[in-house]
Design a protein around this ligand. Structure first.
Ligand SMILES: *Cc1c(COP(=O)(O)O)cnc(C)c1O
Length: 393
């Protein structure tokens, strides 16, 4: 495929570009100039502002979304042999944290319409060993949290939400971050709020929040980071073996600047996704996941669904055609049961989760980020519909 073959001029549109402006740059410079580089006053400010934003009672900042999930499971008391329900359609982090404990991630299928965990499938997967459910809000749109919470309450399970995609998002008017027992966010470079790396656990339970604060910094009793501050004390006590999972103030500086404009960034993501939806509506071989009434999404992803029956090429080739036109895309996700580790270790195999596989055959995540111009969005839309038309059956 040669770029000159397309009827439009070729643009270079990466899958992601962070939305960094002078706000982030000056906040980071102030932090560096302040002399306090690692966890300190800015991390605390970010936690407070995050609680105010999500309505959560407690927010504990950590080094990544994966660290957030790990510590949430520790606080929930997960142990060897315990089972945790995880949708098959997610990133490996959601399930790998269960393996840290010698636990078993019990994969369940997702709904084709939304990519979210099927609550019926989760209910069928509960055994006497099940301790927790980790629903993933696919692409930013919350799962059926009424269904998840009532299943969990009836079987005495903890709900730890993987909200890596869903900031901000809400279910039935309730903000994600203040619904489940604990909610885990990621501030990885490509996520809706980007600090390069970073994560957050929110919860209403003070005991869990305190435990996570201790665990994130070597198991040292409360507020260990203050020991080098003016008026801080040299004395500390280690109460258990913890981790080096703290956030740094440089990350918090980026995150604070991003949080201040999160609503505007989300509004722009929504415009981009709606522009894509409008553009593909007249292409019979193209569609996207459904938005369910009563749920507000962060518009983190725009999952384009390429119908294999309507095209002479498969999804992989569709991606190559877009790449030849200068467009970066991604696939969210390769279902976990198709990876060698989950197959070999837990006996899963292709064919186990038809909903996840149906999506996997079709999905292409298109670029969605606040800094995209209308011209760029329209270029992507035109290329997508052109490729679909060119290779239609
Ligand atoms: C990104 C992501 C994570 C992990 O977050 P990190 O901050 O990269 O550790 C977990 N779950 C999902 C669904 C993700 O997309």
């Amino acid at each position: 495929m040669n770029r000159a073959q397309t009827k439009h001029k070729t643009m270079e549109i990466p899958f992601h570009r962070p939305y960094i402006t002078e706000d982030e740059i000056s906040e980071v410079l102030d932090t560096v100039r302040s002399g306090w580089l690692t966890m300190g006053p800015r991390t605390v400010r970010f936690e407070n502002e995050f609680s105010a934003y999500t309505g959560a009672s407690h927010s504990v900042a950590v080094s990544s979304g994966t660290a957030a999930l790990h510590l949430a499971l520790r606080a929930a008391g997960l142990g060897a042999g315990d089972e945790v329900i995880v949708p098959a359609m997610t990133f490996t982090a959601t399930a790998e944290v269960v393996c840290y404990f010698g636990g078993r991630p019990v994969l369940v299928d997702v709904e084709r319409e939304t990519g979210n965990m099927s609550v019926e499938a989760a209910a069928r997967a509960v055994t006497p060993k099940t301790r927790a459910i980790i629903p993933v809000h696919y692409g930013g749109q919350p799962c059926d949290m009424d269904g998840v919470m009532s299943l969990a309450r009836s079987r005495n399970l903890r709900v730890i939400e993987d909200a890596a995609h869903s900031l901000p998002a809400s279910f039935g008017g309730k903000q994600v971050g203040a619904i489940g027992d604990m909610t885990c966010f990621s501030f990885y470079a490509t996520k809706p709020l980007a600090a390069g790396e970073g994560g957050m656990v929110t919860t209403e339970n003070e005991e869990w929040a305190d435990r996570i604060r201790v665990l994130r910094l070597h198991g040292i009793s409360k507020d260990a980071w203050k020991r080098y501050s003016r008026g801080g004390s040299w004395f500390y006590e280690v109460v258990e073996p913890g981790y080096k999972y703290n956030m740094t103030d440089i990350q918090a500086a980026l995150a604070l600047a991003q949080l201040a404009k999160l609503n505007a960034m989300t509004a722009r993501r929504q415009e981009i996704c709606e522009r894509y939806s409008d553009a593909i509506i007249s292409s019979p071989g193209l569609s996207t996941t459904a938005l369910v009434p009563g749920r507000e999404t962060s518009y983190h992803l725009f999952p384009l669904l390429v119908d294999p029956g309507a095209h002479t090429i498969d999804r992989a080739r569709f991606i190559e055609e877009l790449s030849a036109r200068g467009i970066g895309t991604s696939v969210h996700f390769i279902p976990l049961h198709m990876h060698p580790f989950y197959r070999n270790e837990f006996g899963y195999s292709p064919g186990d989760f038809p909903g996840a596989e149906w999506l996997y055959e079709r999905i292409v995540s298109l670029p969605v980020y606040p800094g995209m111009s209308d011209e760029e969005v329209d270029y992507v839309s035109e290329c997508v519909t052109d490729v679909s038309r060119k290779f239609s059956r």
